[in-house]
Design a protein. Structure first.
Length: 330
């Protein structure tokens, strides 16, 4: 396309980058233009269409079960989709806490049902604020958020050896009018192969939590280095020190595609009073969720390559059905 002395325009709008091609005008311009795939193909051909569509979605992820975030007219970036790992207990690979009475709860430090065992550790409060990108970033009131994570020893209830009958550090909350859910828990450990993290799934409403196919998103909260270093220096967390020292966000097999830039929680507090972790979770319901179930193809990342390193569940035993043998994706 030739350059002229007159300001270049498209559909009556001045191009923000007049010396560049139409497909290189930036994400904001692409979103406002709202070109359909068919129209793009008609104007520029299939090759350029791929570039235009790519401008509306970040680069593909290298982490298993993960996709790059999308941005919409709300100006928000969608939370990346991730694997739910080997230990979800959402019915996708055996155990299902979401079918149990009592799963709707704010305090997840203790098991419920036949056991009241409490997970020990530094107190942590987790607050997630879910936003609806389709509705301009409005609070996503009424969605159900399922949260789970490992304990101070790096073990997962319902899976790790000796914890099959426990269900602590798992629970569901319903988002309030501000799109917020809050959980009382403990700061999780760091285990081999994974940066410290918290899993969550978002469902349309409380009724839908019994059907994993209705998940709006599956993602993870990354915990920041400074808080983690402080916690792991305390009694009970010593086993995490060496494991954490070997990791970075860039080398983690889930957050490594973008360094967890959209998933690192904001943390305040201290080891005495506890920590408060918060994260904003924008969701675009116009896109199809691509995270969720851990791959059943031997754990190879999308596009090929070797399975991520790891081993059986942290507490011993064999990986659950549906989890690749020898892979830690959780």
């Amino acid at each position: 396309m030739s350059r002229t002395d007159e300001p270049r325009r498209y559909q009556g709008r001045r191009l923000p980058r007049p010396n560049d091609e139409l497909v290189d005008q930036g994400l904001s311009f692409d979103v406002d233009t709202l070109l359909s795939r068919r129209r793009v193909l008609g104007l520029f051909g299939a090759g350029v269409a791929g570039l235009s569509l790519a401008a509306c979605r970040s680069g593909s992820s290298n982490s298993p079960g993960s996709t790059g975030p999308t941005s919409g007219s709300s100006g928000l970036t969608e939370i990346p989709d991730e694997t739910n790992g080997p230990y979800p207990a959402d019915g996708t690979n055996g155990p299902d806490i979401l079918e149990q009475s009592g799963v709707i709860r704010q305090d997840i430090t203790s098991s419920f049902g036949t056991s009241t065992t409490k997970a020990e550790g530094i107190p942590m409060t987790l607050t997630l604020t879910v936003l609806d990108m389709v509705n301009g970033g409005a609070p996503f009131a009424g969605v159900a958020v399922y949260v789970w994570h490992c304990d101070r020893d790096g073990n997962y209830s319902m899976y790790s050896g000796g914890l099959e009958d426990e269900n602590y550090l798992r629970g569901v909350q319903i988002a309030d009018a501000d799109g917020k859910v809050t959980f009382t828990s403990i700061y999780p450990a760091c285990y081999s192969g994974r940066w410290p993290h918290i899993h969550f799934e978002v469902y349309p409403n409380q009724k839908s939590i019994s059907d994993a196919d209705q998940r709006l998103t599956t993602s993870q909260v990354a915990l920041p280095k400074n808080a983690s270093d402080t916690v792991y220096a305390t009694t009970g967390y010593q086993a995490s020190i060496d494991k954490f020292a070997r990791l970075t966000l860039a080398t983690d097999n889930v957050f490594g595609d973008d360094g967890g830039v959209h998933q690192v929680g904001t943390v305040t507090g201290d080891v005495t009073s506890g920590y408060q972790v918060s994260l904003t979770v924008p969701i675009d319901t116009s896109t199809k969720p691509t995270g969720g179930d851990a791959p059943g193809d031997g754990g190879a990342p999308p596009g090929g390559g070797a399975p991520p390193s790891g081993g059986p569940p942290p507490g011993g035993g064999t990986p659950p059905s549906g989890a690749p043998n020898g892979a830690i994706l959780g």
